[in-house]
Write a protein that binds this ligand. Structure first.
Ligand SMILES: *Cc1c(COP(=O)(O)O)cnc(C)c1O
Length: 417
């Protein structure tokens, strides 16, 4: 029964043209044929090993897609030029004008903007709900609901979705469960937990080197074929093609993902524990204080930890700004958006990656102005890193005392819970 996504990737061997250990990069947009008849045949039907034009399919992208399908235990996958391309193409494939989406209210800012602002122009509307409130989710579903959407571990508050429960609820209503698994590759396997479609921003952990933007969708053969249908597929017709040189780079990095995730997670767990001991409000699913710690422990694959993202509330915006500036000066990492890099990245979600979400909505979901999101790097000596961060907390007079924390010392009043 146990599924090991890392072994699935390890067992994926894609031989190059000359037996090269890394599959040859296909450096062509178009492909020749020995006969007109064969060209017509390939245009009409997908034929294994035959390619026509690189927006349709490309051998390098195919190799990466196959590895990703194995990793996510799906039948097929399709790589694209960004995570947003993967998300928007999937929504457009599943919904038509008049259809509805029920989405978690804590989603990536770009996804929120797509659902709240762009899709309504095409008659597709979204209700945002607190996914941990089953009654609220039920109440939001209607006969026109096509998608129940969530992030497996949400950005930036790290709420963990109960994918098995959501999928049985969605099935009752004839909706599909679509999951963004960007924060927890290898750790969670949404398709095995009952989801219908899973996507990633490969820009983040999967690639892990912050040198390109890319995305993917993993699902059934039918769904992937529909995304790429030459007459009606959103991916085919909107055209977010991943460049093959980038696909080759991502495939190489995919083979070290298990080592990286385990280390990101170990470092993040340590840092989260230290912040909690310092009395600060910390969001990290690996801490027993996290509301979905038990749930995540039950759903996760073993060996990759609880993920590399930690969110910490330091009280207010000015304090968060000072701490982030000082951390960059002291070489803790970079003040930058995005995540999954080998160095630590930090940013204040309320004023960057979640700024698309209106302030009242952000505060309602507990995303205070003093919240800092850390994408914890692969530091070899995390105690030393914490030593530096801790001395900066002292320097700036940051200490805990927030509701819910156990070891509060001085109080810096702020409302976010
Ligand atoms: C970054 C991110 C996206 C968007 O991905 P891009 O590759 O930037 O298009 C979507 N979802 C989550 C959770 C993200 O972190």
């Amino acid at each position: 029964m146990t599924f090991d996504p890392a072994t699935e990737i390890q067992n994926f061997l894609a031989f190059g043209e000359f037996g090269d250990v890394n599959p040859s990069i296909c450096d062509s947009s178009t492909y020749t044929f020995m006969s007109v008849a064969r060209m017509e045949e390939v245009f009409e039907h997908e034929i294994e090993g035959c390619f026509l034009y690189s927006r349709h399919w490309n051998p390098t992208n195919k190799a990466l897609s196959t590895a990703l399908a194995r990793m996510e235990a799906g039948e097929s996958a399709l790589v694209m030029a960004s995570g947003m391309a993967a998300i928007s193409s999937s929504f457009l494939q599943l919904c038509s004008s008049g259809d509805e989406i029920v989405s978690s209210r804590t989603v990536y800012g770009g996804t929120y903007a797509l659902l709240a602002n762009l899709l309504p122009r095409f008659g597709i509307t979204t209700r945002f709900v607190d996914l941990s409130d089953e009654q609220a989710v039920r109440a939001a579903m209607t006969p026109r609901t096509r998608i129940l959407y969530c992030e497996s571990v949400s950005n930036p508050l790290l709420e963990v979705a109960d994918i098995p429960a959501l999928s049985s609820l969605a099935k009752e209503h004839g909706a599909r469960v679509v999951v963004d698994n960007t924060f927890s590759p290898l750790i969670l396997s949404p398709l095995r937990l009952g989801a219908d479609v899973v996507m990633h921003s490969m820009t983040k952990f999967i690639n892990g080197t912050s040198d390109c933007v890319a995305g993917c969708v993993v699902s059934s053969n039918d769904f992937i074929a529909s995304l790429n249908d030459i007459n009606s597929g959103p991916s085919m017709l909107l055209g977010p093609v991943l460049d093959s040189i980038r696909a080759a780079g991502i495939l190489k990095n995919l083979h070290s993902l298990h080592v990286r995730m385990a280390r990101h997670s170990a470092n993040a767990l340590y840092l989260a524990g230290q912040f909690q001991n310092a009395g600060l409000t910390v969001h990290y699913p690996g801490l027993t204080s996290h509301p979905q710690h038990e749930l995540m422990s039950r759903l996760m694959n073993r060996g990759f930890g609880f993920g590399g993202i930690v969110a910490v509330d330091v009280g207010d915006k000015a304090t968060a700004d000072s701490l982030m500036t000082r951390m960059q000066e002291e070489k803790i990492g970079y003040l930058a958006v995005s995540l999954g890099y080998f160095k630590t990245l930090f940013s204040a979600p309320g004023h960057s990656t979640s700024s698309e979400i209106p302030p009242e909505e952000r505060h309602r979901m507990g995303m205070g102005d003093g919240l800092i999101r850390f994408s914890v790097g692969l530091d070899n000596d995390m105690e030393r890193t914490w030593g530096t961060v801790n001395s900066l907390l002292q320097e700036l007079g940051i200490s805990g005392g927030h509701s819910g924390s156990t070891k509060g010392r001085g109080v810096r009043g702020h409302g976010a819970g």
